[in-house]
Design a binder for this molecule. Structure first.
Ligand code: ZN
Length: 161
């Protein structure tokens, strides 16, 4: 397995008529959300481009439920960390430990919002959106170079000369 990254204009992106993950007949779609900009957790100054990919029902379901499960575990961890940090703060004042836990709390939220979805897409569906440029090209990262080559070829045949 060799990963490959390609850049394409979003309007031309064309995927073959099969599940990107397992190659079975496509039954549903999933949206890759590609974000760019500054994320300050409470306020974000991000713009977003969406790319639709084709998946079969079981791969789509597996991606959805893995996402929910990972988030649930992460949220539980964040809450535990936050509560522990807060209690320490209450009893002893701001200790390095409580400040460290607080930093970890934000780092985890940041990771979930900015990295986790893309990582799950790539691992479970074979492709993820990385970023997009000011000229409008979207960067997609594929687990399999063969699929990347196929998408690149199909998409370029749709581009205007
Ligand atoms: Zn599938």
């Amino acid at each position: 397995m060799s990963p490959k990254t390609i850049d394409l204009p979003p309007s031309s992106i064309t995927f073959p008529e099969r599940c990107t993950a397992c190659g079975e007949a496509p039954e549903t779609q999933r949206t890759l959300e590609i974000k760019k900009g500054i994320d300050l957790i409470l306020f974000d100054f991000q713009s977003e481009v969406e790319v639709r990919i084709l998946v079969c029902r079981s791969c789509g379901r597996r991606r959805k439920w893995t996402g929910i499960l990972v988030y649930a575990v992460l949220v539980a961890g964040v809450i535990t960390t936050g509560v522990t940090g807060y209690m320490k703060l209450d009893n002893e004042g701001a200790t390095p430990l409580s400040l460290g836990l607080f930093a970890l709390f934000f780092a985890m939220i940041y990771f979930a919002r900015n990295r986790l979805e893309g990582w799950l897409d790539r691992v479970l569906l074979g492709v993820s959106g990385v970023t997009f440029s000011d000229s409008g090209n979207v960067r997609l990262r594929f687990e399999e170079a063969a699929l990347a080559d196929e998408v690149e070829k199909m998409s370029s045949s749709r581009q205007l000369p």
